[in-house]
Design a binder for this molecule. Structure first.
Ligand SMILES: [Zn+2]
Length: 238
């Protein structure tokens, strides 16, 4: 008695079947079995959901060329208005400033490239996953600025690659003065400017007097009377 052999056609079909997902095969009617009404509902839902995703994806890619053209126009308008610098937020160290022409930010400025980009640069946040269909990586919108606007930023560092002509290589944020206890005032503080914890300017501290329940600051604008618990703010030196 000869062994029963599977025909090449059957073997090929089986191989193909292994390579496809069960879901697909069900959709194609290759795998059929009785579904309970509940399973049937879940299956229909899954098919409907897949069709919706497909339709959204098609719609997205159909409008994409027009979207890219509009984005390029916005970028050109910014550049033409003198916004020739680009500021990128970083994870922790503030902003990095580039010339808009820097090769490291080309994928942000040239929106044709933006929609193809699949890279992430070390540390610098250059894009985000858009939530639309397809889940493409789209480069972050270029935050273009004039040099004047750049210098108004509280902090930044200059890109080492394009070396923009900012005033500073690394600008550190000014420390925002915090109120401290009036009892922390010592004679060395005379000559410094003060304001109340509420932000009212007192002027230059000229002298002070301390008694049991009262501390009086004699300042150039007006005197300030407080208790040992009172808070005042010393302003940074000009
Ligand atoms: Zn740069």
């Amino acid at each position: 008695m000869g062994r029963l052999m599977k025909s090449p056609e059957v073997l090929a079909k089986e191989q193909q079947a292994r390579e496809q997902s069960a879901m697909e095969l069900m959709a194609q009617g290759v795998i059929t079995f009785e579904l309970s009404p509940r399973q049937q509902l879940a299956y229909d839902d899954a098919v409907r959901f897949a069709a919706e995703v497909d339709a959204r994806e098609r719609a997205y890619y159909e409008q994409l060329p027009a979207q890219i053209a509009a984005e390029n126009q916005r970028v050109m308008a910014d550049l033409n208005s003198g916004k020739l610098y680009l500021a990128n937020e970083t994870g922790d160290s503030g902003r990095v400033i580039h010339f808009a022409s820097c090769p490291s930010v080309r994928h942000q400025v040239d929106r044709d490239v933006s929609h193809e980009v699949e890279i992430e640069q070390a540390e610098e946040i250059v894009g985000s996953w858009h939530s639309g269909p397809g889940h493409d990586f789209v480069a972050k919108w270029p935050n273009l600025m004039t040099l004047e606007e750049v210098e108004q930023l509280p902090s930044y560092r200059a890109c080492q690659r394009c070396n923009p002509d900012t005033k500073e290589r690394r600008k550190l944020a000014a420390r925002i003065p915090k109120p401290s206890k009036i009892t922390s005032i010592t004679p060395e503080r005379i000559g410094r400017e003060y304001e109340t914890a509420a932000g009212e300017y007192l002027g230059v501290l000229e002298s002070y007097t301390v008694s049991r329940d009262l501390i009086v600051l004699h300042c150039s604008e007006r005197d300030y009377r407080g208790t040992r618990e009172s808070l005042v703010t010393m302003l940074p030196k000009q």
